[in-house]
Ligand binder design. Structure first.
Ligand SMILES: [Fe+2]
Length: 450
């Protein structure tokens, strides 16, 4: 029995294997591209240790891709035969629940683990991730604030806890705490991508665009060796530029920073959910501003068609639908809706109700909008407005769905719906709609009419 870098008892045959595992965990926490290789090295050193097999399953699930779930289940079955201590068995139970579609159950098991082992950085980080994609910002916040008293600055992983503290507080609206924690994490390690990202979110919420661009460009020399989160950070940079009307720079970042189809990082997972969300979300926003985005939708629509029937990443579904609609693939869009309805009719796990209450209304609204029926789109989406957070994603990401509703309401002349939406975003964002590019035109038109 060995210990991990945070002092938790862990089943490894040697200290060398435990250290290799710690090195892999550090890669996971810091979004390093070579993390799978670090895991492979750990598995070679100690093929009988349960935790590396559990991580193999966790990484398969983190792809949010139905085709990867069988690999996750196989790794879990293997881990099941290896035993392990009570904490490791709880990790197995959490990942088992996740692989079976029980994301809330997984989240509650990780919460039990960190209650008993507040320095279990893996349980904490999986919880942070899964709670985020389940739209559970309060759970993210209570988890990180709950473990903070048990951490000190010299414990490996402390910077990552600070980064999570920054992001959880940002999503909760506690922007001062968030920025302070994020900047402290960056002071400790300027290559901490999650911390860089969290501070970018604070700057986005507060409309500090020049600072946001400077923040990301200043840190970008440290991004080398990072994984796809780099793309998402460049998407955030593009979000600052679009607010300033700098469309050429947005498209440059699109082609070179967050949707470069030639880059090795993109080619490793060309249909990765977060990359495709970034791309579709930005194209949708640009087109709302009247920007010609050329043929950029086409490759996204190809990937969307290939993923019909895979509803594992609920927040990605409206983005797939945007690509299908933008390219006029209405038959494929109908097939995608039907696959979502089929999944929504299932009676296991949380995903069916999320599909029914949040994803389907948004996706159906997108198709109605594309078919020139904005009033019907508003009627379909209106009951789901309060449910959209269940799709997961940040305020900045969810914003594209708010813009979708506003766009349809304005096109249909449904003034009270447009006003409701503007009130909603005014309550959630410290920057007023008049200062935000996706809302300014509607806000001033409604003011004139009022
Ligand atoms: Fe983000």
């Amino acid at each position: 029995m060995a210990h991990d870098a945070q002092g938790n008892r862990a089943t490894f045959a040697s200290d060398a294997a435990a250290h290799a595992f710690d090195h892999m965990v550090e890669g996971f926490l810091k979004y390093r591209l070579d993390t799978p290789l670090r895991l492979k090295a750990t598995l070679q050193l100690d093929p009988e240790a349960p935790l590396p097999h559990l991580m193999k399953a966790g990484f398969a699930m983190l792809a949010y891709k139905a085709a990867h779930v069988p690999a996750a289940k196989a790794a879990l079955d293997h881990a099941r035969g290896l035993g392990g201590n009570g904490r490791e068995q709880m990790h197995l139970a959490a990942l088992d629940a996740w692989a079976e579609g029980g994301q809330d159950r997984a989240i509650s098991i990780w919460e039990r683990i960190i209650a008993e082992h507040p320095r279990d950085i893996l349980a904490f980080r999986f919880h942070h991730f899964a709670a985020f994609w389940m739209g559970k910002a309060p759970a993210m916040l209570s988890a990180v604030e709950g473990i903070m008293p048990h951490w000190e600055g010299d414990i490996p992983g402390y910077g990552s806890v600070l980064a999570c503290r920054a992001f959880a507080n940002e999503e909760a609206g506690n922007l001062i705490i968030a920025e302070h924690a994020g900047r402290e994490a960056i002071r400790r390690d300027p290559a901490d991508l999650w911390a860089a990202h969290a501070v970018a979110h604070v700057l986005e919420m507060q409309g500090r665009r020049a600072e946001g661009i400077a923040w990301i460009t200043g840190l970008s020399p440290h991004f080398e060796g990072g994984n796809n989160l780099m793309h998402h950070i460049f998407w955030h940079q593009a979000m600052f530029h679009i607010e300033r009307g700098e469309h050429a720079e947005v498209l440059r970042l699109y082609d070179t920073g967050f949707r470069n189809l030639e880059s090795p990082v993109t080619q490793m997972q060309p249909d990765l959910y977060i990359d495709c969300q970034n791309a579709a979300s930005m194209l949708f926003r640009l087109e709302r501003q009247g920007v010609d985005v050329g043929t950029r939708w086409e490759e996204l629509a190809e990937k969307a068609e290939a993923r019909i029937g895979d509803c594992l990443s609920a927040f990605t579904l409206p983005h797939w639908m945007m690509a299908l609609c933008a390219t006029g693939r209405f038959a494929a869009a109908e097939r995608m809706l039907q696959s979502m309805r089929d999944d929504a009719a299932a009676n296991s796990g949380e995903n069916p109700s999320i599909l029914r209450d949040a994803a389907l209304p948004c996706c159906e609204a997108l198709l109605l909008r594309a078919r020139g029926e904005p009033a019907a789109a508003v009627a379909r989406m209106r009951p789901a407005i309060g449910e959209m957070h269940r799709l997961g994603g940040s305020h900045a990401q969810q914003d594209v769905l708010e813009q979708l509703f506003l766009d349809c309401a304005m096109a249909a002349g449904l003034t009270s719906d447009a006003e409701m939406l503007l009130e909603r975003v005014t309550g959630r964002w410290p920057t007023p709609p008049e200062r935000r590019i996706g809302y300014a035109a509607a806000a001033s038109a409604l003011r004139r009419a009022g």
